[in-house]
Design a protein around this ligand. Structure first.
Ligand code: GLV
Ligand code: MG
Length: 315
């Protein structure tokens, strides 16, 4: 877990071909906004959408803290043009590139090299990050190597729609398996992505929930991956932003407890020089500190109210 935490509770997808959607998205309180040049844009509209994305980033303001663009995947003729146009045209206004359909670590190595060249040529300060979408059988089979492929990686993102198509899951509802299967069909890809992400210090993000009017369904889907440890989820609608920001923020009681554990553990190790200490009726140690730090960083990033500071028991 890094010392600071840049939240991606809600990652808002906006088709770069639609000026109307771009205009609406500017004031929405998503943690990340990404302008889409890939599957939300028809092949005939790709060139115009690329220009729209550059203009959208370089003019006006955005409420989202992370401004990203999803380029076309590394096997397409559009991909290099997308990256060159964005970095040359939008420069410091671009924080992250979302790379879809990553099936091989070579895709990440290619993007990393191209970004390095462009950053040198344009004199940009600070490295552009990469969010890698894992969304088919080949990508999932290589997810650990993909997660290790570049220091620019910020997050791994599950793409349920492409994944279902890739493995031949006979359902037409994104994120929902055919009811003929009794288990949780998504546990395996989600857990593999989460473990690969954490093994390399990355965030883990779930993909879209496409029934945009079913906010309760979105909350259930988001709540389930949040409980597993995911950091956020893609969103397609303002109602989903609110739900995602709430769902991926720790509950106040959990945050309070996490800060208390950190304070008590620090006091035990630094002042009392002990490695384990009782907090109320529970023993806390270094492993528990690690559990608490992630919740504390998420709570601080979300601006939760700090609890009263810890007062050590009289000894
Ligand atoms: C997202 O890109 C998906 O395929 O679900
Ligand atoms: Mg996809």
């Amino acid at each position: 877990m890094p010392a600071s935490y840049r939240p991606r509770r809600s990652c808002l997808s906006v088709p770069a071909s639609s000026e109307r959607f771009i205009a609406k998205a500017r004031d929405l309180p998503a943690d990340q906004v990404f302008l889409d040049l890939e599957d939300a844009v028809a092949p005939s509209a790709k060139d115009a959408a690329r220009g729209n994305a550059v203009t959208a980033l370089t003019t006006g303001s955005w409420q989202a803290g992370i401004r990203a663009v999803r380029v076309n995947d590394a096997t397409t003729p559009w991909a290099y043009q997308d990256v060159v146009a964005l970095v040359e045209g939008a420069g410091p206004a671009l924080d992250v590139i979302v790379l879809p359909k990553v099936t091989d670590p070579g895709h990440i190595v290619w993007l990393d090299l191209l970004l390095t060249q462009l950053e040198q040529a344009t004199g940009r300060d600070g490295a552009i990050g990469i969010d890698a979408q894992i969304e088919d059988a080949a990508g999932l089979a290589q997810v650990e190597a993909i997660a290790a492929a570049s220091g620019r990686l910020d997050a791994l993102v599950f793409g349920p729609a492409d994944f279902m198509a890739s493995i031949g899951m006979p359902s037409l509802t994104v994120g929902q398996a055919d009811p003929g299967y009794a288990g949780d069909a998504f546990y395996y890809p989600l857990m593999r992505i989460l473990v690969a992400a954490r093994a390399h210090g990355l965030q883990a993000i779930d993909g879209p929930y496409v029934k945009v009017r079913d906010v309760e369904g979105f909350r259930r889907a988001a709540g389930s991956v949040a409980a597993l440890g995911f950091d956020g989820k893609w969103v397609l609608h303002p109602d989903q932003i609110t739900a995602a920001n709430e769902t991926f923020t720790p509950r106040q009681a959990d945050y309070d407890r996490a800060e208390l554990v950190l304070d008590a553990y620090e006091h035990a190790t630094d002042v009392d020089q002990r490695g384990a200490v009782m907090l109320n009726d529970e023993m806390i140690d270094e492993a528990m500190r690690k559990m608490a730090i992630r919740i504390a960083l998420k709570g601080r990033a979300a601006g939760l109210r700090r609890p009263e500071s810890y007062s050590p028991p009289e000894s």
